[in-house]
Design a protein around this ligand. Structure first.
Ligand SMILES: [Zn+2]
Length: 271
């Protein structure tokens, strides 16, 4: 039953990912009314029909091309849907708010888990938007980070988080971590967007899981960069967008941070 719900939520998440791609495009091109207006082909400007907008299915069905002008659609469109779907499903397994026994007809909803699911899903959507925006345009729009910060703050307040100092320390540490790099490098290593993203990471994760998130981000970033250097897809001077790694580290830390900390302490105690 949980698998079944997981599949439904994957598709719901993919739909939200499809919406994110519209938000990203309209933010970049400063088109007002993100929530209004119909979707168009960015190439031939023809209004798209509902059948062209089915997450994942339409992209595969049309072979990654516009139905009308056959212009190639960036594979990032299907990736944002797949990743959003995956995150939504994993968050459900982390916060299984439906007590779905096969014997019961109507599953029971655990409201506190449902609340956690919704708040981390909304934060993840802001993060996924940052991931793809930075990948596409090498920039972190403040509006996405501030949206995430607002949701995280409201979420912490409503949940009556018993340890506000954990999140305040996290926010301060996250922002300082990048602010110091910004000052030392005079803006060459990181930008102000990273400082605000660090703040967001700290509020979402708290200081302990923030360390896990940063570690994961830098680890994946290093492996990825070495891979690019070996395959000669990048040179020493290439600029690789870093927000995607920070976003990946943050989401993985939300999902598995507690287990990673437990595992690490166990290893330390055995040593
Ligand atoms: Zn077209």
């Amino acid at each position: 039953m949980n698998i079944f719900i997981g599949v439904i939520l994957f598709y719901l998440g993919a739909g939200l990912g499809s919406f994110l791609s519209v938000v990203i495009y309209r933010t970049r091109h400063e088109i007002s009314g993100i929530f209004l207006g119909r979707s168009q082909c960015t190439h031939c400007k023809k209004n798209l029909m509902a059948i062209d907008l089915i997450p994942i299915v339409s992209y595969i069905g049309l072979g990654g091309r516009c139905r009308y002008c056959k212009a190639k659609i960036s594979p990032l469109y299907i990736w944002i849907e797949i990743i959003s779907g995956l995150v939504c499903t994993l968050l459900y397994f982390k916060f299984p708010f439906l007590n779905a026994e096969l014997s019961t007809i109507l599953p029971m909803v655990d409201t506190s888990l449902l609340f956690d699911f919704i708040r981390y899903e909304l934060i993840s959507l802001s993060l996924v938007a940052i991931f793809f925006y930075d990948l596409l345009y090498q920039e972190i729009p403040d509006i996405f980070t501030y949206t995430g910060i607002l949701i995280a703050l409201v979420g912490n307040l409503i949940s009556g988080n018993p340890l506000p100092q954990n999140y305040i320390t996290g926010a301060a540490f996250g922002a300082l971590f990048f602010e110091v790099q910004l000052l030392i490098s005079k803006g060459r290593w990181v930008g102000t967007g990273d400082v605000i993203l660090g703040l967001l990471m700290g509020i979402v994760l708290g200081w302990e899981k923030l360390i896990v998130g940063l570690f994961v981000a830098y680890f994946i970033g290093a492996v990825f960069s070495i891979g690019l250097l070996i395959t000669k897809k990048a040179s020493g001077g290439s600029k690789i967008p870093f927000a995607p790694f920070l976003v990946t580290g943050t989401i993985l830390s939300v999902l598995f941070g507690s287990q990673m900390i437990d595992w690490y302490i166990k290893v330390l105690l055995q040593a």
